[in-house]
Structure formats: structure tokens, C-alpha cells
Design a protein around this ligand. Structure first.
Ligand SMILES: [Zn+2]
Length: 85
């Protein structure tokens, strides 16, 4: 399923435990603050692949294109973009 969700590069997403999956079928047990690099254009079961930085969400400093990727609930991203976080 195609999702149209525009997340600017550098946008910080606050993701709560249970809203992102470090491995498929394994929900995270902690919150995360991520500086977005890219968000996938297709969702699977309400989840979308996100690449980002967790090293330093204000000013990524790991010298990699991204150091974090996970499947994230589309609804959590929408909440962030709507300013609910
Ligand atoms: Zn990083």
C-alpha cells in the first residue's frame, strides 16, 4: 500500500515504545528520538521503513548516511507531523 507522508530530512520524530520495530515482529521496549533521513513510500501492515539518526537527533554526528532504521507505525509518524508530540 502506497503511503503519502512527507517528512522533511532532519525532522525529529519522537517514537514511543511499541511504535517502532527494530526487528520485524519485535516492538521496541523504549522510546526513541530520531532525526529523519528518509521515509519509505510503501507501508506494510501499517508500518513504514524509516532511515534516520539516533546518534544525536539535533545534530547527527556519526558520519554515516544513517545509523538507525526500523519499521515505524504510520500513525505515529502522522501524530508527530501533526504536532501532537
Ligand atoms: Zn547517526
Amino acid at each position: 500500500m502506497r503511503v503519502l507522508i512527507e517528512v522533511p530530512s532532519g525532522r525529529v520524530l519522537r517514537l514511543l515504545a511499541g511504535e517502532w520495530y527494530p526487528s520485524p515482529d519485535v516492538p521496541a521496549d523504549r522510546d526513541a528520538l530520531i532525526s529523519t533521513v528518509a521515509v519509505g513510500k510503501s507501508s506494510y501492515g501499517g508500518l513504514v521503513l524509516v532511515h534516520g539518526h539516533e546518534c544525536n537527533h539535533r545534530a547527527p554526528d556519526c558520519d554515516r548516511t544513517h545509523c538507525w532504521d526500523a519499521l515505524v507505525l504510520v500513525t505515529a509518524i502522522r501524530d508527530n507531523m501533526a504536532g501532537y508530540r
